[in-house]
Write a protein that binds this ligand. Structure first.
Ligand SMILES: C[S@@+](CC[C@H](N)C(=O)[O-])C[C@H]1O[C@@H](n2cnc3c(N)ncnc32)[C@H](O)[C@@H]1O
Length: 271
């Protein structure tokens, strides 16, 4: 299974991302409670898993699933010393995979709270993945999927050259199967798949008037490194990509520029 952002620095990028855009409020607002049995689907290097473990407390339990062994190794380091957490190497199923991979292997009707953040944007078949999240959630339990919507374009002033470069990069990513607007699609998807009391919470991925802090610049800088193989041809060569990246990072550091992006967190209850 290919993962668009795979690279040697991916675990570091995700830890930086969580540092610059923490998920805690999204967990609170969707009703995560002490004592809950939780699935973290697509846990990455475990930064949010650690928050989940702390929030459910000693009476709760967290299963953290990811198909990437390097991500799980990093998660084991991040979660070292926490004992109510289990790491599982598996993927949310996608259509076209062999029957042996058609499910995660997790029990049906089990979890009180099933959480999946920044994974659906990469999935070619979100419906099959959502079915699996619903299958493993207990009746009355919650499925919660958090994802981006339109990241990177909402800046002002945003000179035409910078906007043009960003749009080229976004188009190339879309052609590779990344859905940069998946956030807005989840409400409809949840309802189509029979979830009840579907609600959407909007929170900042970032909102910065003026100079972005070092964590946010580091997050974007790593993102540009990882996207280089796609970005260089999209921008028309290495020099053009480097120039675009430097101008974008400069825009993030600019005192006069406003920039924001949102995360849409969709929750629904399994009947
Ligand atoms: C951008 S990271 C998000 C990690 C974490 N949820 C967070 O919020 O930081 C996406 C993760 O999804 C994992 N992933 C990719 N395909 C997946 C699938 N089919 N099922 C579950 N996880 C998947 C990747 O290995 C990666 O760790």
């Amino acid at each position: 299974m290919t993962y668009l952002m795979e690279s040697d620095s991916e675990a570091r990028r995700l830890l930086e991302q969580e540092r610059s855009s923490p998920s805690l409020e999204r967990l609170r607002v969707t009703g995560l409670r002490p004592g809950a049995v939780v699935l973290d689907a697509g846990c990455g290097p475990g930064a949010i898993t650690a928050s989940l473990v702390r929030m459910v407390g000693p009476e709760g339990r967290v299963v953290a699933l990811d198909p990437s062994e390097p991500r799980l190794e990093e998660a084991a380091r991040v979660l070292h010393g926490m004992d109510n957490v289990e790491l599982v190497c598996a993927a949310l199923p996608q259509s076209g995979l062999p029957a042996s991979l058609a499910q995660t292997g997790l029990p049906s009707d089990h979890f009180d709270y099933t959480w999946c953040q920044y994974v659906f944007e990469y999935l070619r078949d979100p419906e099959t993945a959502l079915d699996e999240l619903i299958r493993v959630t207990r009746p009355g339990g919650k499925v919660v999927v958090a994802d981006i919507d339109g990241v990177g374009l909402l800046n002002w002033p945003f000179p035409a050259l910078l906007r043009d470069g960003t749009e080229k990069l976004m188009r190339a990513l879309t052609e590779q199967g990344l859905d940069l607007n998946v956030g807005r699609k989840l409400y409809h998807l949840f309802r189509q798949h029979g979830l009840r009391d579907v609600r959407v919470h909007l929170s900042p991925f970032y909102v910065v008037g003026g100079r972005a802090d070092d964590a946010m610049v580091a997050d974007w800088s790593l993102r540009f490194d990882v996207l280089k193989p796609i970005g260089v041809p999209a921008l028309g060569g290495e020099a053009a990509y480097t120039q675009f990246r430097d101008a974008f990072l400069e825009m993030l550091r600019d005192e006069e520029t406003f920039k924001y992006a949102v995360v849409l967190t969709t929750e629904g209850t399994k009947p």
